[in-house]
Write a protein that binds this ligand. Structure first.
Ligand code: ZN
Length: 190
């Protein structure tokens, strides 16, 4: 029996959702999204991440199953811990964004900013200068997204594969690159 099977997974996530609902307006909206969409919640084995919005071992037709999956290491954690329910809100935000936005630096920046909103409303946010800077970055500025990528890598560690993602969601990124082939000196942020 694995660690996550030895606890009542459904009860753990229900308690975490109740804590998220009580944490503030951002957490309440996130929990409402999870309940309305009947988002799958669970623990899964993850070697490089603390949480994910899909699980490679659970498939739905030809796609990995969407949901919010926390690393099994957190199964012994307290579901009332803001750091854990903020992770749930972060991954749920990726599901709300959809695949293209979620797989971009822009989508990550927005999810990190929402993550920090949940922590701020729960009086558990970090006051580290890099977090403050991350909060101030604009998701539509390529220069800010480049900086966000550096900061997120620094905060999450070298195994965080943010450098694999395009800055903008895929369609917008391709349109940007296509335009700049023909107009290399055009506006940088358009
Ligand atoms: Zn994320």
């Amino acid at each position: 029996m694995t660690l996550s099977e030895s606890i009542d997974e459904m009860a753990w996530f229900e308690q975490a959702l109740l804590a998220l609902e009580k944490s503030g307006p951002t957490g309440r909206a996130s929990a409402a999204f999870i309940r309305q969409r009947r988002v799958v919640l669970g623990f899964s084995c993850q070697s490089t991440t603390g949480a994910a919005w899909f699980d490679w071992r659970r498939w739905w037709l030809v796609w990995p199953r969407g949901g919010v999956f926390l690393n099994t290491d957190y199964a012994i954690g307290d579901p009332d811990d803001p750091r854990l329910y903020a992770l749930i809100a972060h991954e749920a935000e990726h599901l709300r964004q959809g695949v293209h936005e979620a797989l971009s630096v822009r989508g990550e920046l927005l999810a990190w900013q929402l993550h920090d909103d949940v922590l701020t409303e729960a009086s558990a946010a970090s006051s580290a200068p890099l977090w403050e800077e991350l909060r101030s970055l604009a998701p539509d500025s390529r220069a800010d997204l480049e900086r966000a990528r550096q900061i997120m890598r620094h905060l999450a560690g070298p195994r965080y594969r943010i450098h694999w993602l395009p800055l903008y969601p895929l369609g917008k990124e391709m349109a940007y690159r296509f335009r700049h082939i023909f107009c290399p000196n055009g506006p940088v942020n358009s």
